[in-house]
Design a binder for this molecule. Structure first.
Ligand code: GTP
Ligand code: PEQ
Length: 214
């Protein structure tokens, strides 16, 4: 994170008590919850280490977890009307524009435990300025990152969001960007992320769970 970074990351985090429910298949509930927290903490830490990122604004309705993100250096606000991910992102961007008016908002999902600051910087460096862009997930159907100047910010996260962002006029960011594209929805994704290399919080939780380390 640099004082002159051009981007502010808006990081949505569903309360870990109920997030990452697809990890439930194959893991105890406490393990799911611990991993949901660890993914968000590792994603936030990678963003905070990015040279292109001025600030990270978490959007979460879990006030206690917001404090933990705050201890890392994130700002945090609650979701707002509770009507889902895209609404929470819009709320986050409205606040980000108030706090950092000259930084472009970047919506980045908080389930990227392998994220490396260099891949985030590379994606942000590759954007065509002046319009919306997105980074598809490793499967090519979802989206891990969406950004646009704030007056064009119109996220369409959800099933098939890569196509939805494309149809909405956003440009796909090309390149390997393996650590950025690896979102983790289930245990199989987690094993793939472990092979790339995950952050310390996720590694610690995985060790407790005795999962394969790739
Ligand atoms: N603040 C906020 N974040 C959300 C919301 N829905 C999803 N997210 C976050 O958006 C990212 C991607 O969401 P999903 O991959 O669907 O994650 P999830 O909803 O925790 O996972 P599942 O329960 O398995 O669908 C994760 O970082 C979630 O924490 C929401 O309503 N509010
Ligand atoms: C939010 C969604 O993530 P998924 O739940 O499909 O991983 C998306 O890719 O837009």
């Amino acid at each position: 994170m640099t004082p002159d970074g051009a981007f502010v990351v808006v990081l949505p985090v569903k309360p870990p008590a109920r997030g990452k429910s697809r990890l439930q298949r194959g893991l105890p509930d406490q393990g799911r919850r611990d991993l949901a927290e660890a993914f968000a903490l590792d994603t936030a830490a990678a963003c905070l280490a990015s040279a292109r990122v001025r600030a990270v604004l978490a959007v979460t309705d879990d006030a206690a977890f917001a404090s933990r993100l705050g201890a890392l250096g994130c700002a945090a606000i609650p979701d707002g009307d509770g009507s889902g991910l895209n609404a929470a992102l819009r709320q986050g961007v409205a606040e980000a524009v108030r706090r950092w008016p000259d930084a472009q908002p970047v919506a980045l999902l908080a389930d990227l435990p392998a994220l490396r600051p260099g891949d985030l910087d590379a994606a942000l460096d590759a954007l065509v300025p002046g319009g919306p862009s997105y980074v598809a997930d490793a499967d090519g159907t979802g989206t891990v990152l969406y950004t646009a100047p704030h007056d064009q910010f119109d996220p369409a996260f959800g099933e098939g969001s890569a196509r939805a962002h494309e149809v909405g006029g956003a440009l796909a960011v090309r390149g390997d960007l393996a650590s950025l594209r690896r979102d983790v929805d289930d245990v199989e994704d987690l094993v793939t992320a472990l092979a790339i290399g995950v952050g310390p919080e996720t590694l610690r939780r995985v060790a407790e769970l005795d999962l394969p380390t790739g």
